[in-house]
Design a protein around this ligand. Structure first.
Ligand code: KG4
Ligand code: ZN
Length: 321
């Protein structure tokens, strides 16, 4: 191979059909078809609906990515696909498609870890990954603190949510405030007009030594507070105060993980990494602690195919067979 490898990445672990194309560490295409609107009336992702939507979106999304990148299937050097974790039926659609492309084109197939892809995607925007790094991955399905020694090998779990994922907490609080699904973006927007010190919501597990987090009690505290209001709900203040409780705990534990592991780089990914207050507070606390913070742009934080292609490309470069 005389040029950097051209890698197709397929992601179907949740409700986004993502197809990315990467050459080396250069992003050429990032096509995403989301079934999020089909789940809105249920207030959460319905696995069977997601699987069917992946099936329908797969081939058109692959073609859209090829068109954007200006390449043909025959130009590809490898295929990478999310093997897990995720919704079983949804993953199956992506894996079956990736196997079919790899077999038909005679290409190597890489089954990759979804969380490792969330970490690896940052190379497309900010260049080579700092390793070791601490990764804080926060989305609708996962909330984890991980030690990344080498993203192609393994991620060492340091802490995780013991109940709801961070994004799930945003979605549930948004739902009880009548803000629709997914709730994170709406809460983020409204919180900008609210006072984050208005209501002292609990910071679960903040003082505990463990790097685990918990958001179920916070969600209940918000529900109780809202129920107890005699008059109109100050929605912006509730959003700002709830959001502050989430990001306070997440950033405090992420910085603590860096300190404990003696690591000077923090990487944040997953849909909740799009949150403006999480980004701001993480920056503030990393600056104060002498930690270098890296957060990909919001479009690369949510589930996408580019992240799978980015990790696949790294595996090809590392000579992993
Ligand atoms: O990574 P993602 O697209 O899908 C998975 O769940 O894997 O993340 C979606 C989650 C949803 O829970 C959504 O409410 C949340 O990320 N989210 C946000 C924001 N944008 C998306 N949460 C807080 N603030 C945001 N700006
Ligand atoms: Zn994800």
């Amino acid at each position: 191979m005389t040029h950097a490898p051209l890698v197709l990445g397929i992601e179907t672990s949740c409700d986004e059909t993502g197809v990315g194309i990467v050459r080396g560490t250069t992003l050429l295409a990032d096509a995403v078809a989301s079934s999020v609107q089909e789940h809105a009336r249920f207030g959460g992702v319905v696995p069977e609906v997601a699987s069917r939507a992946h099936l329908e979106a797969m081939v058109p999304t692959v073609h859209r990515a090829l068109d954007t990148a200006g390449v043909r299937l025959g130009d590809l050097d490898a295929v990478a696909v999310t093997a897990g974790p995720g919704l079983a039926g949804a993953l199956l659609v992506g894996v079956a498609a990736a196997k079919a492309y790899a077999l038909a084109l005679g290409l190597p197939l890489y089954g990759v870890n979804h969380l490792a892809s969330h970490v690896a995607v940052d190379v497309l925007e900010h260049g080579p990954l700092p390793e070791p790094a601490i990764a804080l991955l926060v989305s609708g399905g996962h909330s984890s603190l991980l030690l990344v020694q080498d993203v192609t090998v393994t991620l060492q779990p340091l802490g995780a949510t013991v109940d709801d994922a961070a994004g799930e907490a945003f979605d549930k609080v948004a739902r009880l405030l009548g803000l629709g699904f997914p709730g994170g973006p709406a809460v983020d927007r409204l919180a900008r007009e609210g006072d984050r010190t208005a209501i002292a919501f609990p910071r679960s597990m903040l003082r505990e030594q463990s790097l685990d987090v918990s958001f179920s009690g916070l969600k209940t505290a918000v529900a109780r507070w809202v129920e107890a209001q005699p008059g109109p709900i100050p929605v912006a203040d509730v959003c700002a105060s709830f959001q502050e409780a989430v990001v306070d705990v997440l950033t405090a534990k992420a910085v603590r993980a860096c300190r404990e592991q003696g690591v000077a780089h923090l990487l944040i990914g997953g849909g909740v990494a799009a949150n403006s207050r999480l980004r701001a507070l993480a920056q503030e606390r990393c600056d104060a602690a002498g930690i270098v913070l890296r957060v990909p742009r919001p479009g690369l934080c949510t589930d996408n195919g580019a992240m799978v292609a980015a990790l696949g490309s790294r595996l090809v470069a590392a000579g992993v067979g």
